[in-house]
Design a protein around this ligand. Structure first.
Ligand SMILES: Cc1ncc(COP(=O)(O)O)c(C=O)c1O
Length: 390
């Protein structure tokens, strides 16, 4: 008998990540500078590496509890109490995950039924739409437009809410635009979430990376939000621990226990060594984060100034994360075509804005988490190439 369909229907609309596609084909080209990936160029703090070695020496190499080692859940509870005055029970309201990526998927799998709609920021982190589809839901684009300071427009958001809406994903500091939502922005969004009986998934992986007078506020701090919000965080960005693949989710008991159920049967538990490393990251000195952000700040100023000197490119000053999101509409090219041109002509990889959703068209994303020297060189090359572009 012939096999009917080789892959499941719900996977057919998902395209592989545009960022990864470009990077995997170009990894070995000499002289190429990549501003493509969202990964700090710093090494993790020394005490994190030492804690990992110690865990190896002590052979802490067995399965751990599914929700994570107790030390790490306790350290997370303390962090949220200290920084945001939020109390989470380490046993039932905190889950250690494989990066924020797993936490986001788990939150969706635990909360939506087939056909439920999920409002996702557009442009937004590339995993959101696929994660919604894998969970059986329908992603609904919530425009994050430059005219609105790269923040959701409340009237537009209201018009997108239907009786199938179930979850809203909120991401501040924002990837790819670099915007940071103020406490007023978050308060107004929260009100919409509460009034419409939605669940919020708040992706706060860039919480520590803000500049000038911008500050991060945890979404669960706003009125009536704690018990309807899954806060997602990660060690990837704040501690430059991308390869450790470790993150967390904090939320009300019912949602976290639903997430734990999926996590338990999907992956059992997170890598034990990464959990000891993450505990050390939270319990050790925090000056690493401050120093890294101060380095990013120099690069942010450079990238903003240099891009605005290029004819046809206009860049808003980012307030958070480590991305510049320049407007290239005046060049009259699609973001894909111009990125390809830069790739061939300048040997620089940038990400086309269209990879982040339809409202990302007309923009590029440049990650400035590379060294200052490389960034400066990449900007020289971009400027030269852009002047030749017709
Ligand atoms: C907004 C956002 N959320 C989540 C992630 C994923 O982080 P992790 O490495 O913890 O899976 C990223 C990574 O680029 C991101 O930009």
């Amino acid at each position: 008998m012939q096999t009917r369909n080789k892959i499941a229907e719900r996977l057919r609309t998902i395209q592989p990540s545009g960022i990864r596609r470009l990077l995997s084909s170009t990894h070995h080209i000499p002289g190429m500078i990549s501003l493509g990936l969202g990964e700090p160029n710093a090494s993790p703090p020394r005490h994190v590496l030492e804690a990992t070695k110690q865990a190896v020496n002590e052979q802490k190499t067995r399965y751990t509890p599914s929700n994570g080692i107790e030390e790490l859940r306790e350290a997370l509870a303390k962090k949220f109490a200290r920084e945001y005055a939020l109390r989470y029970d380490p046993d039932s309201e905190i889950l250690v995950t494989i990066g924020a990526t797993e936490a986001i998927s788990l939150a969706l799998m635990a909360s939506i039924d087939p056909g439920d709609e999920v409002l996702i920021p557009d442009p937004g982190f590339v995993c959101y739409a696929p994660a919604v589809r894998i969970a059986g839901g329908v992603p609904v684009s919530m425009p994050i437009l430059e005219n609105d300071g790269f923040k959701p427009n409340l009237e537009t958001v209201m018009s997108l809410i239907t009786n199938r809406s179930r979850v809203m994903i909120i991401n501040s500091p924002n990837n790819p635009t670099g915007s940071v939502f103020t406490s007023g922005d978050l308060k107004r969004l929260s009100k919409l979430v509460v009034e419409n009986g939605l669940i919020a998934v708040s992706d706060e992986v860039y919480e520590k990376i803000t500049y000038d007078n911008a500050t991060h506020h945890c979404l669960a701090m706003f009125p009536d939000m704690r018990d309807r919000t899954v806060v997602v965080n990660s060690f990837s960005k704040s501690y430059a621990m991308t390869g450790f693949r470790i993150g967390c989710a904090l939320g009300p008991k019912d949602l976290i226990s639903g997430m734990l159920l999926v996590h338990q049967f999907l992956i059992t538990c997170v890598d034990s060594l990464s959990q000891y490393a993450a505990t050390a990251a939270l319990e050790g000195p925090q000056n690493f984060v401050v120093e890294m952000v101060s380095e990013f700040n120099k690069r942010r100023k450079l990238v903003h100034e240099r891009l605005n000197e290029i004819k046809g490119i206009d860049c808003t000053l980012p307030k958070g994360a480590f991305y510049a999101f320049p407007n290239i509409r005046a060049l009259r090219a699609t973001s894909e075509n111009f990125s390809e041109f830069l790739f061939k002509e300048a040997k620089v990889i940038v990400t086309p804005g269209s990879s982040f959703g339809k409202y990302g068209e007309g923009y590029l994303r440049l990650s400035y988490a590379v060294s200052y020297k490389e960034l400066d060189e990449a900007l020289d090359r971009i400027e030269k190439a852009a002047n030749k572009f017709k």
